[in-house]
Ligand binder design. Structure first.
Ligand SMILES: Cc1cc2nc3c(=O)[nH]c(=O)nc-3n(C[C@H](O)[C@H](O)[C@H](O)COP(=O)(O)OP(=O)(O)OC[C@H]3O[C@@H](n4cnc5c(N)ncnc54)[C@H](O)[C@@H]3O)c2cc1C
Length: 425
């Protein structure tokens, strides 16, 4: 943090000073008696929550604290790895949230959300008091089986988009023709269940054109995966013989990895790879643990409001929350954010919480350029959990003709552009 850029924030009568390197925002004095909601994490969940809080409750001061000045989306990051788009395609910033909606954006690392004092504590030690807080820190990784902090520089996960996306793209491009690309796909639950398989599809598309003598092995830590039939149908059609998928039961189980030497040891053999895309097992973002919001690996919430079941006045949304039957997806995080924003704005106005509107999720995946598939469902958030609405949604049809796959690929782009406009514009 650069001290020359620090601003002073005086909060209510308590003279609490926040000296944050805002870059984008000048943090001002808060008038007495005003409500403040601090949103931590400016991804799919957090950025949506900040914007919709301002919409539902314009008089509330909304502060968004995000460690990065740019946000690279995981959605469509696989198209970057597969060479279909450049990294800028998935890059977004917070300028419009600030200039158009009046959200105070602070770029700083949050150490802890402290429910005992209703303050957000930054790494620098400075604090931001809140009336309510929203936490959407996404995921962190489990370090096990020889994969440790720093291993991602050798065997990238590319499950946080940005630098990791670029690293994996470079590794793929530098791989020799005749090389072996190994992906380790995580156990459930994890961010974006179809994500690894869309990635493999687009890696296969790249390899088929540029390094046709290479092979791809997926070592899956599960018995089956999302949209499996549709993916495998597409692989047969577009990349016959190129992708070998091994389930955890039949040769996929990883015992150990040596990221520096690019060796993966399964329960059956040792594989020397040329590229290892190791996607570790996952848990809620570290901030959730440091803030006492977790039970096991994830954060329990009342899904009617998304308020934490462990810490009052703190709402957890997105991948970090326990919101099954919804998958951990950007679309889910975006929908959950709107429910949290709605209920918080009602609470601030001393109105009772309402039964939230239905939630929706569609996950599109590209099996190749112009070849899209999807899974969709509608959900109802009740206090105990999120329920799937019986009979809603479904999968793309099997064996559909190419015009249907083409249309779904176009819908995927439309979905992405709409989400980005809804969140950042
Ligand atoms: C390859 C891939 C493809 C995907 N494709 C799709 C798709 O097509 N459709 C879809 O709906 N979803 C998709 N997803 C899933 C989607 O990316 C996530 O579900 C979504 O990003 C979750 O949103 P979030 O707000 O929980 O977390 P994130 O979007 O990860 O946001 C978390 C933010 O919090 C910030 N942060 C964390 N800790 C701190 C801290 N201590 N201090 C300050 N800031 C902090 C981070 O910098 C980050 O910006 C995909 C994921 C992957 C990996």
């Amino acid at each position: 943090m650069n001290r020359r850029n620090f601003n002073k924030l005086l909060v209510g009568s308590a003279a609490l000073s926040l000296t944050a390197c805002t870059g984008l925002s000048s943090v001002s004095t808060l008038p007495k008696g005003k409500n403040r909601v601090v949103v931590v994490g400016g991804g799919f969940g957090g950025a949506t929550a900040a914007k919709y809080l301002k919409r539902f409750s314009p008089e509330t001061e909304v502060v968004l604290v995000e460690k990065n000045t740019e946000y690279y989306t995981c959605p469509f990051s696989n198209t970057v790895i597969g060479g279909l788009n450049k990294i800028d395609y998935i890059k977004h910033d917070y300028k419009t949230l600030e200039s158009k909606y009046g959200i105070k954006v602070i770029h700083a690392m949050v150490k802890k959300v402290d429910g005992a004092t209703n303050t957000v504590i930054l790494e620098s030690g400075e604090t931001i008091p809140y009336t309510k807080a929203v936490v959407s820190p996404g995921i962190d990784f489990k370090y096990e089986k020889g994969y440790e902090k720093g291993s991602e520089m050798y065997a990238p996960h590319a499950y946080h988009a940005g630098a990791q996306t670029e690293l994996l793209t470079k590794q793929l491009q530098s791989m020799k023709d005749g090389g072996t690309y190994v992906m380790v796909s995580p156990a459930n639950p994890f961010r974006c269940p179809p994500g690894p398989y869309e990635r493999i599809s687009l890696v296969a598309n790249y390899i088929k054109q540029n390094k046709p003598n290479s092979k791809i092995i997926i070592l899956d830590q599960k018995k089956k995966f999302s949209k499996q039939g549709l993916f495998q149908e597409g692989w047969e059609k577009l990349y016959p013989g190129l992708i070998e998928w091994r389930s955890v039961e039949f040769g996929g189980k990883v015992e150990k990895i040596d990221p520096k030497n690019l060796v993966v040891t399964t329960d059956e053999e040792e594989i020397k790879a040329d590229v290892i895309n190791y996607i570790p097992n996952q848990k809620a973002g570290q901030l959730a643990f440091d803030s006492g919001l977790t039970q096991g690996d994830w954060c329990p919430v009342n899904t009617k409001t998304f308020e934490s079941r462990l810490v009052k006045d703190v709402y957890v949304i997105g991948d970090a929350s326990i919101a099954a039957a919804m998958p951990k997806s950007g679309f889910s995080a975006n929908s959950q954010a709107k429910i949290a924003a709605l209920q918080i704005s009602r609470k601030l106005k001393k109105l009772p919480v309402v039964n939230p509107p239905k939630l929706a999720n569609t996950c599109y995946s590209l099996v190749g350029p112009g070849y899209g598939i999807s899974v969709a469902a509608v959900y109802e958030a009740k206090e105990d959990k999120v329920h799937k609405v019986e009979g809603s949604g479904g999968l793309s049809a099997a064996n559909a003709d190419s015009s249907v796959r083409m249309m779904e690929a176009e819908y995927a782009v439309g979905w992405y552009q709409n989400q980005m406009a809804d969140i950042f514009k």
